[in-house]
Design a binder for this molecule. Structure first.
Ligand code: FER
Length: 308
């Protein structure tokens, strides 16, 4: 069941009105609840003249497997994490012709609040999107790592995803990613190991994680993509306290959201702050709500702009 269906299946309409008038700021894990999520999704959407598309939707067939192109493969990576005290799983896409004799850049791709390491594969088939783009010369051959971003001993995507503990798991993932996942990926695969060859992107909670972790670790990532970022996104002045450093170090900041997504306020605030501080970025507002179509389409656009 999709998150939105899950949320609309019970009715707490009065809370919508109460919470949607509250001033915007980051939602702390202890504040998270299904009610708050419904209220966040029901926020009034106010579009400014520059809240428009940077790109058309991805073309027909962009995520359809083609018989005429070489295919990469998806395999599982298991890694030990001192953050969770468990052996964790990630899905890894290796591009067509992957060879330990070459070195590859790596995109870390993060899921939403109800997802796990399989969510991107189900929503957007990044392996197919990349096979097609690489064959057309439109994307660099890259490894894509799809981890489970809920860094908890029990990280299963079951039950109410909005509990304090589960939401905290998404913040704890910063250390899991930096101290355990990245070193494991770079030990197992033939990768470059500098910031210019690492990208971080995600949808919704994963978009918030991308902004929170990406801006906080400029020495680790040079390319960031946040699609339909969730209320876990830190307030912009906290995210980017030093605009000059970001301007200098990041090679791409890509923000997107649908113009029918009640969470668009969170992305608009980051976009406007970056504009006020002259930090170049992509801002793509398409015509979707909080749905897989916008994430797949923005993944298509984002991956063409990294590592080149
Ligand atoms: C919330 C609304 C939405 C929230 C998280 C989300 C933590 C995440 C949505 C998603 O990942 O799709 O209030 O609080």
């Amino acid at each position: 069941m999709t998150l939105l269906k899950q949320l609309s299946s019970s009715a707490t309409l009065i809370l919508f009105a109460v919470w949607s008038t509250r001033a915007f700021s980051q939602e702390k894990p202890e504040e998270a609840s299904a009610e708050r999520a419904r209220a966040n999704f029901a926020r009034e959407i106010v579009l400014a003249p520059d809240d428009v598309r940077a790109f058309e939707d991805a073309p027909n067939g962009f995520m359809t497997p083609r018989a005429d192109v070489p295919h990469g493969k998806v395999e599982e990576l298991a890694y030990e994490s001192a953050v969770t005290g468990t052996r964790r799983k990630a899905n890894v896409y290796l591009p067509p012709g992957y060879s330990p004799k070459k070195k590859y850049p790596v995109l870390y791709l993060l899921h939403g609040i109800g997802g796990d390491e399989n969510e991107w594969l189900n929503l957007a088939a990044p392996n197919v999107v990349l096979d097609n783009l690489i064959a057309d010369g439109k994307a660099a051959a890259m490894i894509i790592v799809m981890p489970n971003g809920r860094a908890l001993p029990d990280d299963r995507a079951i039950g109410d995803p909005f509990t304090k503990e589960k939401v905290e798991g998404f913040s704890k993932f910063e250390r899991d990613l930096l101290d355990h996942l990245i070193p494991s990926v770079e030990a197992k695969y033939s990768t470059y190991t500098d910031r210019k060859h690492r990208a971080l992107a995600g949808l919704s909670m994963g978009g918030g994680q991308t902004l929170n972790f990406g801006f906080n670790n400029l020495d680790t990532f040079a390319w960031i993509g946040a699609f339909s970022s969730a209320p876990n996104t830190k307030p912009p002045a906290e995210l980017v306290p030093d605009p000059a450093a970001v301007r200098k170090q990041l090679k791409l900041i890509y923000l997107s959201c649908g113009n029918k997504d009640g969470l668009i306020n969170f992305s608009q605030d980051v976009h406007r702050y970056l504009n006020e501080h002259d930090v170049p970025h992509v801002w793509n507002v398409d015509d979707y709500g909080h749905v897989g179509e916008t994430w797949a389409s923005n993944l298509y656009h984002f991956v063409q702009r990294v590592f080149r």
